[in-house]
Design a binder for this molecule. Structure first.
Ligand SMILES: C=CC1=C(C)c2cc3[nH]c(cc4nc(cc5[nH]c(cc1n2)c(C)c5CCC(=O)O)C(CCC(=O)O)=C4C)c(C)c3C=C
Ligand SMILES: [Fe+2]
Length: 421
């Protein structure tokens, strides 16, 4: 999954000019005449393949917009939950192809329409929807199995520990199911989550939801490195989609690297809402900002020199100690400090208005995909919370870890490997 798709019929992109302005109208009129008044449908070209070995939205070239939601399952009926996963799969397939939920069938005039309608005419905008399962889907708060999933909980799906300085809000964290919608149009991403929530009425309840407005990672060679709200390039040293070896080593769960065969081809998503104290940051000197990150603000190059993609030289001396400070973010998190461990970062900038004290509630919704959070996230986050100079400017307000099952083939539903193995 995750590859640009050539085909896919979009009812929204009828040649009547949807998204094409006046020129589209003229072409549409001609086309309608040529088809004896019947308008042909146009193939959406801004689609990402939904089916495949892995779910889309992981190595897919990072889109600019995100809407992520954590759901709690309110039913105790396994059949109802599986039926919802089937409904979601059908809806996601349609939306990813640029079609409305329900396809051409708008349903009865006396019932609510199958699709809420606000993405009509917007195309697919490279929509991907990625679904994962939290530990609480498997075990209730007393440690009792849920939905007959005893024996299916992967060892790696741990309860993330409390890290020093965490100010995690439970109602923004965890959840039985996570759904990440990414697109290059905010309305397409929000439409996807809204329609899935709607289908889930009576089976799931929204626990938290977060909108991200700008990517903070580069995930393909072709992409420019974006900037986070500290104004620094983010994603320079990320794992890229083209790096199959790194993905196999650090991201995709293999059948030999899990106690749960249903997770082979899947991965784990770490999600942390990290508020950035941007007013304090904005009052700090450029020298301080660069020492905190360990990189040059304008170019993204390491403080030891070179250009953006040059390897940092942590041994190079500065006027007082190493030129890349030992407590800089890059020094604390570089693979050389963590047995070569890397992660696929795919986070987004967010703003949620202001906090009533005249400060923006803004930051980074950190998302990373890893083969095992016990080796690929917890030690790094521990080091960060203990030693990273950036902490002074950060507050972690949510935390989540989710098992992301592998991708599916036509005829299957998302999570089928879990429920039918
Ligand atoms: C524990 C994992 C990480 C958290 C949490 C995290 C938060 C966070 N990061 C930035 C800004 C930057 N991060 C950069 C690099 C970087 N960050 C992590 C991990 C976490 N970041 C890693 C593993 C790396 C790569 C280290 C390396 O290999 O050199 C950078 C530098 C540019 C880049 O390589 O991407 C920036 C800038 C913020 C603002 C933030 C929380 C709000
Ligand atoms: Fe970082």
């Amino acid at each position: 999954m995750g590859e640009e798709k050539k085909a896919g019929i979009s009812r929204r992109l009828l040649l009547t000019g949807a998204g094409a302005g006046g020129a589209g109208l003229a072409v549409g009129a001609l086309a309608a005449a040529a088809f004896g008044g019947q308008l042909p449908e146009k193939q959406a070209t801004d689609t990402i393949e939904f089916y495949g070995e892995h779910q889309a939205g992981i190595t897919t070239e990072a889109q600019d917009r995100m809407h992520i939601v954590g759901f709690d399952v309110t039913t105790q009926d396994r059949g109802k939950l599986v039926a919802l996963l089937r409904d979601w799969t059908a809806a996601i397939e349609q939306m990813a192809a640029g079609q409305p939920v329900g396809g051409a069938d708008t349903g009865s005039y006396d019932a609510p329409p199958a699709d809420t309608g606000e993405a009509e005419g917007l195309g697919a905008a490279h929509l991907t929807v990625t679904v994962g399962f939290g530990r609480s889907l498997f075990l209730d708060e007393h440690g009792k199995p849920r939905f007959g999933l005893q024996g299916k909980l992967p060892e790696a799906l741990i309860e993330l520990p409390h890290f020093s300085g965490d100010m995690v809000e439970e109602q923004r964290s965890g959840g039985d199911i996570v759904v990440q919608a990414c697109a290059n149009d905010p309305q397409v991403a929000v439409h996807a989550i809204r329609n899935l929530s709607r289908l889930g009425f009576g089976t799931v309840r929204v626990r938290f939801s977060q909108i991200g407005f700008g990517r903070t990672a580069k995930t393909t060679q072709a992409q420019q490195t974006p900037r986070n709200l500290f104004g620094f390039k983010d994603g320079t040293a990320n794992i890229l989609a083209e790096d199959a070896d790194a993905l196999a080593k650090h991201v995709w769960v293999g059948k030999d690297s899990t106690d749960q065969p249903w997770m082979a081809g899947g991965t784990y998503m770490v999600a942390r809402r990290i508020r950035m104290q941007i007013e304090t940051w904005d009052r700090s000197a450029l020298r301080e900002q660069e020492n905190v990150v360990g990189r040059i603000k304008s170019t993204g190059a390491p403080l030891s020199g070179g250009e953006e993609f040059s390897e940092p030289d942590f041994a190079m001396a500065g006027s007082a100690g190493p030129i890349i400070p030992v407590d800089s973010h890059v020094a604390v998190l570089h693979p050389s400090a963590h047995n070569g461990v890397q992660m696929l970062r795919r986070g987004f900038n967010y703003t949620d208005g202001s906090d009533g004290l005249g400060r923006l509630d803004a930051g980074l919704f950190f998302i990373a995909f890893v083969i095992d959070a016990r080796t690929h996230f917890v030690p790094l986050q521990k080091a960060m919370s203990a030693n990273d100079a950036m902490n002074e400017y950060l507050r972690h307000t949510s935390s989540g870890l989710y098992a992301i099952p592998p991708g599916i083939q036509p005829g299957q539903y998302l999570g089928q490997q879990l429920f039918e193995s």
